[in-house]
Design a protein around this ligand. Structure first.
Ligand code: IMP
Ligand code: MG
Length: 182
């Protein structure tokens, strides 16, 4: 097993329970709809896979890949589309699935881009809502876990591409990271 420089914040059972609860809420709101789930890569791949299997309304899935520029873990506010979605969303019920909302810059940018394509409805679901560093006012419609601070890894979330594969969610201990801070 790899050496993980952090402590468990939410284990696989907490995650499973919470994803089930979210699915109940979303199933209620989307009953009878035919929706488009848009997952922002890479961090949300595991969450999307678990969530999608618990949704009982008809839905298709698409992916976008965004990159926000900045040094280290700080977003600069400029977001680049590396890969856009392929399914037309005009007149459709669209649900954006994100791993974590931090400054809010990535999801606000992406939601605005989708909105310009005139979906019938647009909502967002994030596994983790980290409010401490929010720069843009953005309120996700569905939130898995609200977290005050810290750098989160596991269950799809990475630090420098590492730890995405972990089944539990950890908060990194910055003092134990080789080479210093985040
Ligand atoms: P935002 O644009 O600042 O809201 O940042 C969103 C993106 O930054 C997320 O999609 C993640 O890829 C990354 N990110 C922000 N905070 C964390 C964290 O605590 N752990 C892992 N990735 C993070
Ligand atoms: Mg990331």
């Amino acid at each position: 097993m790899m050496n993980i420089p952090g402590t468990i914040l939410f284990d696989r059972h907490d995650i499973d329970r919470r994803v089930r609860e979210l699915a109940v809420e979303i199933n209620r709101d989307y009953e009878g709809k035919d929706a488009v789930l848009v997952s922002i890569l890479k961090g949300s791949f595991m969450f999307l896979a678990d969530l999608s299997r618990k949704l009982d309304f008809s839905h298709v899935i698409d992916f976008a890949r965004l990159a926000s520029y900045g040094s280290g873990s700080t977003s600069t506010g400029s977001v680049e589309i590396r890969k856009d979605i392929e399914i037309p969303v005009q007149g459709r019920d669209v649900l954006i699935v994100e791993d974590i909302v931090d400054t809010g810059i990535t999801i606000a940018f992406f939601a605005e881009r989708i909105r310009r394509r005139s979906p019938r409805s647009l909502k967002s679901c994030t596994l983790i809502d980290k409010k401490e560093r929010r720069q843009l006012e953005f309120v996700p419609d569905y939130v898995g876990f609200a977290v005050d601070e810290g750098f989160i890894v596991g269950y799809g979330l990475d630090y420098d591409e590492q730890y995405r594969c972990l089944p539990d969610i950890y908060v990194l201990d910055e003092r134990r990271l080789a080479g210093g801070g985040l």
